[in-house]
Write a protein that binds this ligand. Structure first.
Ligand code: HEM
Length: 162
């Protein structure tokens, strides 16, 4: 029998790593010796620099949002930018620093203190779309990231109260 408390379990609809249909690894032949190497989605989009730029841009939008900004416990959005960047890096095959520092993501549980209603979700997604549009990603990479973020944001809704 599992000893885990039911409230601490991450619901299955928010995956903590890419689902099978997401093209996260590109298999290439190494020109030197013919060995196969796998390039993670993280590396394909440009590694840490890409995610840092994306999330910095995203939080620029959040900083001006009258509904979202007051939800953030710290006035300075720098630490929140770093946590979200680390999470996405880890999710897409980069370094596992997020879990080393923060433990298991348990994202729905971590969002419980905040009122994530459909309005908050749509605002969040609007800022994310603006940020993603500014990155000039190839269409497949754009769609892969966007469909993940859209699904995750819908799964994060925890109230329908206005
Ligand atoms: C749907 C609307 C959402 C709202 C309104 C929202 C709001 C927030 C707030 C207020 C925080 C606390 C700031 C902090 O301490 O870092 C937070 C943290 C975080 N959010 Fe969201 N969020 C949303 C969706 C998402 C989604 C879809 C993801 C993932 C794809 C995500 C990933 C994170 C992560 C990784 C953290 C930091 C968790 C930690 O380690 O403490 N959020 N979010």
């Amino acid at each position: 029998m599992s000893a885990e408390h039911p409230m601490s379990a991450e619901p299955p609809m928010i995956p903590v790593r890419p689902i099978a249909s997401e093209p996260t690894g590109l298999h290439l032949r190494d020109g030197e010796n013919g060995a196969s190497v796998t390039v993670s989605f993280y590396d394909q989009v440009g590694g840490r620099e890409f995610f840092q730029k994306l999330i910095t841009e995203f939080y620029r939008g959040v900083a001006d949002d009258p509904v979202l900004k007051p939800m953030y416990p710290e006035d300075d959005l720098g630490p929140a930018t770093e946590r979200f960047t680390m999470f996405l890096e880890q999710y897409w095959g980069g370094p596992g620093t997020y879990s080393e520092q923060r433990g298991h993501p348990r994202l729905r549980m971590r969002h419980q203190p905040f009122k994530v209603n459909p309005d908050a979700r749509d605002r969040w997604l609007g800022h994310m779309k603006n940020a993603l549009d500014s990155m000039e990603l190839p269409p497949l990479h754009y769609e892969t990231l966007w469909s993940y973020l859209e699904r995750a944001a819908h799964a994060m809704v925890n109230t329908f109260d206005e």
